[in-house]
Design a protein around this ligand. Sequence first.
Ligand code: NAG
Ligand code: NAG
Length: 224
Amino acid sequence: MGFTFQSGLSSLWRILSALYGHRGAVTCLAASASYGVVVSGSADRSGIIWDLHRLTRLARLPAHPACLSAVAVSDSTGDIACCAGTALYIWNISGKPLAKLDSACGSGSTLSCCCFLTVADWDVHGLIATGDTGGHVQVWKLGTASPQRLDGSSDSQESLAKKAGGREEPPLLLRRELERSSAACPWNRPGRAAALTTLAVSRNSSRLLAGDENGRLFCWSMDE
Ligand SMILES: *[C@@H]1O[C@H](CO)[C@@H](O)[C@H](O)[C@H]1NC(C)=O
Ligand SMILES: *[C@@H]1O[C@H](CO)[C@@H](O)[C@H](O)[C@H]1NC(C)=O
């Protein structure tokens, strides 16, 4: 039986379908209009890619190591980012693994939010911003598939490639950690940083916004 909800003067919201597939609480949702998909994440550690128009299941992402706390879909590539505990997973629009990072944040912190940034039209994969319970906002870049020697982190990249069965997975490289304790935030007291709760990006990726558990919003300019 359909449920209708009258809101405003002219809009009528009518339920089209209920989508079944998760075996635990749904914890996060993201949609991409340009790819016509919705991605849902769950406490059962799975993610599901749904067709936004047909309301059918397109792919189930393999189990993550922990509950999904956040998902994001890139409007420019269709890549999907999933935050699960301390791990960040990137899948392509077909649900095939592109990259993963086992401990994206410092000790004791778990990832709480993520979003994609599109920096330039020619940029194939763009950037991924993550926020964690330790108060870090980090910006990641999906590297090229061939292992690169960067900052002595080549070992973990090589082991990632081995884990992928010899197939080389592109590494996720830390591009920047965004600062909140600068002169722009004089109210920041030393000590434990407030956990990040949410991230959002403006339409042309010129602004990145983050919210924290103390009720504050931070805004960074992405202009280079
Ligand atoms: C996703 O990845 C798989 C395996 O690498 C590949 O076959 C497929 O074409 C990719 N899908 C898209 C839409 O790029
Ligand atoms: C992004 O949008 C803002 C506000 O509309 C505008 O001022 C800015 O120039 C834009 N930046 C780019 C790189 O297009």
